[in-house]
Design a protein around this ligand. Structure first.
Ligand code: NAD
Length: 314
């Protein structure tokens, strides 16, 4: 029997792209998009099913899972790092309860497989910042990072105790052109492209030398589908895998953009997101993901910038 996938939080930055790629692999009617708000993507709404779901409502989840005979859930609904710092109660309750609800679907055999993303935010100020290892000090100091670290332990627990097939990646900051970012600390790296094309200038909320791990959306979506489609025995880590794409700072990105817009002007005005960024790694060691399920990124800074500008100009 062919798998049927429910994507929860599909109207966001990642879901908008992930749903379309999953539909081309599994067939349009085998991928159910869902979110608490409608999608702005016509392509997504017209190509297959869409359901309004509040992930906090377990009965509604079960209803949709039964209606479509769902076998896999990709859980993307969450409050991201910057937004969660502004509303810590909602950040904690949404990020934790959504995961519990979905893991329980698998524990009680309503579904077979779960994907849930973690983040580089699980690391903290005393974590080694360069080439951060898979197993190292984890002392996050944001509500988002704390919820992601707790979530990782929860995934491992459900795998160990209840044999739940859950898989997870620690995404770095993600950059894509199809959908707006949802309130993270690395959002500048998407906004800068829009502003360069529209206004030829951008004011960064992170300082010029704030180097962070990043990844182009094409790589992130491919990693997501690759770990989900890997044979179960290859997925040896059931908390979450480090994955790496590229690392750069606002100044290096603005230099690269100047190759396309020579008069591009970059200015800097740090805000509260600087402190969040300061507590995060600068680059990631993803050698275990490479060893276990053959992960390899494809986009470097040049290739990503070229692709972003080409697509946004259209
Ligand atoms: P996003 O904010 O763009 O999208 C999240 C979606 O969840 C939104 O469309 C929102 O409407 C929906 N949502 C919120 N509350 C909901 C609820 N109660 N029920 C159903 N849907 C609800 O986020 P994203 O960037 O697409 O991120 C998806 C996942 O990836 C999150 O878990 C996030 O923490 C993780 N992640 C993202 C990044 C990144 O750079 N984008 C980096 C690391 C980890």
């Amino acid at each position: 029997m062919k798998d049927t996938i429910l994507v929860i939080g599909s109207s966001g930055q990642i879901g908008t792209e992930l749903v379309m790629d999953l539909r081309s692999l599994f067939g349009n009617n085998h991928v159910i998009a869902s979110d608490i708000r409608p999608s702005i993507s016509k392509e997504l709404l017209e190509s297959g099913p869409f359901e309004i779901i509040d992930v906090m409502d377990q009965n509604r989840l079960i209803e949709v899972v039964k209606k479509y005979k769902v076998t896999q859930v990709y859980l993307l609904a969450a409050l991201l790092s910057a937004t969660a710092e502004k509303n810590i109660e909602l950040g904690w309750s949404l990020n934790m309860q959504s995961l519990s609800n979905v893991l329980d679907l698998a524990r009680h055999k309503h579904i077979k497989k779960v994907y849930w993303p973690s983040s580089i935010a699980v690391f903290g100020p005393t974590t080694p910042q360069t080439f951060t290892p898979q197993h190292t000090i984890m002392d996050p100091n944001t509500v988002y990072g704390i919820s992601k670290l707790a979530g990782e332990r929860w995934c491992q627990y459900y795998y160990d105790k209840f044999d739940v097939d859950v898989r997870s990646l620690r995404y770095p900051g993600l950059i894509g052109w199809k959908a707006a970012p949802g309130g993270g600390t690395t959002d500048y790296a998407v906004h800068i492209f829009h502003e360069a094309i529209k206004n030829n200038k951008y004011q960064s909320f992170l300082s010029p030398d704030t180097t962070l791990p990043m990844m182009y959306m094409n790589d992130a979506i491919r990693a997501t589908i690759e770990i989900m489609e890997s044979p179960s025995e290859n997925v040896k880590i059931r908390s979450s895998y480090n994955i790496a794409g590229l690392s750069f700072n606002p100044q290096e990105l603005s230099q690269e953009i100047k190759n396309y817009f020579p008069n591009f002007e970059m200015s800097y005005q740090e805000d509260y997101r600087q402190e969040i960024a300061n507590s995060w790694p600068k680059s990631m060691d993803d050698s275990i993901a490479t060893k276990d399920w053959n992960w390899k990124s494809e986009f470097d800074l040049k290739k990503m910038t070229a692709d972003m500008i080409k697509n946004l100009k259209k």
